[in-house]
Write a protein that binds this ligand. Structure first.
Ligand code: OOG
Ligand code: MG
Length: 255
């Protein structure tokens, strides 16, 4: 327990001060269960500082993401209100270790999800869907980690921005998307890259995260996971993701 608490402090302090740390798995074995316990304790420190839990991010739900980081299991992390950026806002590069950005689809829940459910049941809990981007910032040196490391580090979560909400009544299983930086397309893909259909990511959230969090609550946001590889942010970047039929979402990067 002391180890879990001190590891939680290490990742939390690294995130707070944008300092890189060595991987835990390089100094000894770490199991997935212990890694999620570290994540829970490190986010508890954020909550103790006044942040509020507002949802869950799913990670490594596409082949492109798995290949980019060399980990091939679906993971999840906790989102707090302090991680949310306003649409069109600028973020300060200096507040991150080595930030990346990726195009995602966001779900807004209208009904709580307590545990495992089918895709149609999960869909019935969704109020809206929106184009979104996640800013990920692994606290580990060179953005390199093994599965337990990234889980302990809240699955690299550090920020997110959400575009306009649409009704989930439309078919969103295979919508084209493009992420542009200063007007140039850097990643293109489809929502189908997310587990074949992004609703499966919500089903996975129900299975993996709901029990541990005592349910996913109405009003929460669930990020389905990057549909393409992530892009390394540079000062001066204007990043915009457009999803076919859903509109666009953007952020700018400053010093
Ligand atoms: C791990 C987090 C993965 C996603 O959307 O797949 C993730 C990482 O890439 O550092 O957020
Ligand atoms: Mg992500």
């Amino acid at each position: 327990m002391t180890d879990i608490l001190s590891a939680a402090e290490v990742v939390d302090e690294a995130a707070r001060h944008a300092r890189e740390i060595p991987q835990f798995t390089q100094s000894g074995p770490l199991g997935v269960t212990e890694a999620y316990a570290i994540q829970a304790r490190s986010v508890a420190r954020r909550l103790a500082r006044g942040e509020r839990l507002v949802g869950v991010k799913m990670g490594l739900t596409s082949r492109a993401k798995m290949a980019q980081v060399g980990v091939d299991e679906v993971i999840w992390g906790r989102l707090t209100d302090a991680m949310r950026l306003e649409e069109g806002a600028s973020l300060s590069h200096a507040k991150y270790v080595h930030p990346r950005i990726e195009p995602e689809l966001a779900f807004l829940l209208k009904k709580p999800i307590e545990g495992e459910m089918t895709a149609p049941e999960a869909l019935a809990c969704v109020e809206g869907i929106a184009p979104a981007m996640e800013i990920i910032d692994s606290r580990y040196r060179d953005f390199k980690f093994a599965l337990p490391d990234v889980i302990a580090d809240n699955s690299s979560s550090s920020g997110f921005v959400i575009g306009p909400w649409s009704s989930p009544a439309r078919d969103f299983s295979n919508l084209g998307l493009v992420m542009e930086v200063n007007g140039r397309a850097v990643e293109t893909g489809s929502t189908a890259a997310i587990l074949g259909d992004p609703i499966r990511s919500l089903v996975a959230a129900a299975r993996l995260a709901a029990a541990e969090l005592g349910g996913l609550k109405a009003g929460w946001i669930i990020l389905a996971g990057g549909a393409t590889a992530a892009y390394s942010l540079k000062i001066g970047d204007n990043v915009r993701t457009t999803i076919q039929g859903l509109g666009a979402v953007s952020i700018r990067v400053e010093k």
